[in-house]
Every structure is written in structure tokens, then in C-alpha cells.
Design a protein around this ligand. Sequence first.
Ligand SMILES: [Zn+2]
Length: 462
Amino acid sequence: MVEKIPIDLLIDNGTVVTIDKERRVIRNGAVAIKKNKIKEVGKARLLKAKYSAKRVYDAKNKLIMPGLINSHLHFYHHMHRGLSPETLNGLGWSDFVHRRVATVVDPQDEIWGGLGTLLETLKTGVTTFLEAGSYNLAETIEGVAKIGMRGLMGRRSFDHVSQGHDMLVDSTQKCLAANEAFMKDYQDGVGLVKPCIVLVGMGRCSDTLYRKSKEMADDYGTVLHMHQANMLENIQEAMALHGERPVEHLYNIGVLGSNVVMVHMVHVNQKEIGMLAKSKANVVHCPNTAMKLSYGMAAFGRFTEMSQAGVNVAIGTDASDCSNFNDMVRLIYLAAVTPKDYRYDPAAGSAEKALEMATINGAIALNMQKEIGSLEAGKKADVAIFDMHRPDWVPLYNELQNLVYSAQGNSCESVIIDGNFVMEKRKVLTIDEEEVVDRVQFQAKKMLKKTKIPIYSEWKWS
Ligand SMILES: [Zn+2]
């Protein structure tokens, strides 16, 4: 008898959605894990015959997915959720939260807001994130890394007052020096969280800051993360300033590249799509924010055209105070259905395309495609397991259709990151969930005292 190969964990007898090159979906499948890596993915009977596992996780009636990748979220913005009037557009909203709230944010807001965001998104199957800008970097990276998720984070940087937005603006030198110091001090990361370069983007950065930040990202082998082309006003401003549209301008000054991640990107024309494809710059679509802040996605969005042109499009839940949720399953649903409606074409979006955006495309955007984004031998053991034996999952004919269009995010049962269970049967093992909820609410009380923002509502409250 051939001796079995020892492994640490066998996730046994579920439906495995690999998102490998062949896009195999394996019913009665299994995933073999040794230490922090995937050893093999295949039919359960074959893997059971081959491996002897220290632990077997029974995945009958479960869906086994690559850990989801939330390619754009914010930490401290979590502390402003529900504070601003919902009648503000993108510029009005940004001015409101940054003038009234962000200026009084303290390290505890960043840590607990960060943990609150990550906890919420983790519980819907997310294993990896790209964060969009903090201020108290040392405290924040040390604080949020405790949750055990994989991610990149950086400093919220901008050096140019645009359309009256002057809250928290720094000099070019300060932005560059602070970003470089963070890259140097935390080169090895804390836990699984590593630093990257974050710019606010849009009209709020000088050409020098864009260029030097791209050089820095190249030098440190990291990602340059920024917002671009959210609103029509961004286009009008760039045209007035440079005589070029925003993406066109960044392309012409040499800032685009495969390590650049550009978020929102609602107002991009066909010429700019060509520039994105040519430069291999990545796009992150946030359909929840686009709709809530009236970015005009239905009228102007060209995400389907971007994908067709070969541009890598990932998705992210964005900031809790504008989007306003971090449930990745809910976001996947929006990424799949919105183009069907605004293109008047049911084939413009699909379950499969939306799931690629939430997994392998996110991995490409974060420059981690060799490590994560699919369930394949040799990749990191980042796995999300969904329970399909629930009202929202039956009748079950097609697992992908149900995950994207029917399932609730809380049907995520367990999450494994780097080979370790971070959530098991809905219980988070790395941090005290109750404590995070209490601390977010405690910080919120302090926030309300400091900002004195009233409740904005059409109704009478007492
Ligand atoms: Zn954002």
C-alpha cells in the first residue's frame, strides 16, 4: 500500500470554484493544504486517497472559493458612517466629511474604524484588502494587522487644493517624505499587512507628486493607489488645467503602469480605455459608491468596454461613509447586475465576470496574482467557505448563480488566510468581535461630541 502524503488540512467534499486558468468548478471537490499553501485541488475521492490530513473540514453542502479580494476600502471613514446628509454629491460629500469629521480623527478612530471595516468585510469572505489612506500610520498598521488579514495600506496624501478642497492638504515634500518613511519603516509589514503608496488623486495632486510617487512605487516594488475620474467635475477641471482628460494626462506624463491602481474611473472615454490597456494600469470599480454619490455610472460608466479591451477591472466596497457597506457579496451582485441594466443588454454582466473581479482581477491589481486570487497548487491558502444549506441558497442548481444573485454575505461560514482559520463557523478567532463593535460605538460617541453633527433626516425625530 502506498503511504499517504501528510498535510495539515483537507477541505473535503464541497463545490470548489477554482478560478484557475481553465476556470474549473469541481463538485464533490476538495482542497489539500500544507502549512500556508495549497498542495492540490481536485475531486475529493482522489485527494482523500492521496493525503492524510491532520484535520478534515467537512464541506458537504458548502462552496469553497478563493478568498475574496476587496480592492478598495478605507479605515477611518468607517467612523463617519451615517453622519453626512445623503443629498450631497461626490464633491459635497468629500468636503463635508473632511471638513467636519476627518480633521478630528485620532489614532483610536483609525485603529477601531479599520478593524470595524475589516471585520465586516472578512465576515463576507474577504481575505485580502487594499486600503486607501490613513494618517496615524504606525498605530494603524500595528492595530489592524491583529485581525490576520492580508492587505496593503498607506498614507492619505495630496498636495494640491482642488475645487475648494483644502482640508488636510500637505506640501509635495511632506507627502513624499512621509510615504517614503512608511515604506522604509514597514518594508516587511506587520503580520500580513504591508505598506503601499496612496494618493488621494483626482485633481488633488500635482504632476510632481504623481511622477515621484510612481517612481517610489517602482523602487519599492509596491502599488500606487489613487482615485480618478469619479465625476464630471474632475474631467472639467483637468481639461481647464491641462487641456487633457485625467487618465489621458496621467498617461502622457508617464504615471500609468501595471503597479497603478485607479479607483472609480466612471468618466473614461474610449481613447483613455486604450491608454489603460496599453499601460496595463488597473481599475477598481465601486458600483455602490457610484450609485449612492450620483457619479453617473449608468450614463457614463464603461466598465464592460474596459474589460473587453483587456483592462484589468477589480472591485472594492470603498468608504463606509459613502458606499455604505463592506459586504463583498452584496458588491459582487451590483458588479454583475448594473451593466445588464445600463447597457440594456443582459449579456453585459455575468456571475462569472463579477466573481473574477472579486478574486483573480483583485490579485492582479494588488500585484499578488502569483500568490492569491485562485485555488491552485502552490498558491497561498486563502479560502472562503460558504454554507449553501440555507434559505437564500436553495433551490440549488447552479452554485455561481446563487452566490452572485441570491446569497447573503453572512452565508460565509469560514475563512482561512495563509493556512489559518481566521473565522470558523462564523466565529472570528483572531480578535474579539464584541470588543470591536463596542469600541466602534464608543469612538462614535466621542466623534459626535467633537463634531456636533446633527441627524440629517426627512423625518421628525425625538
Ligand atoms: Zn475611496
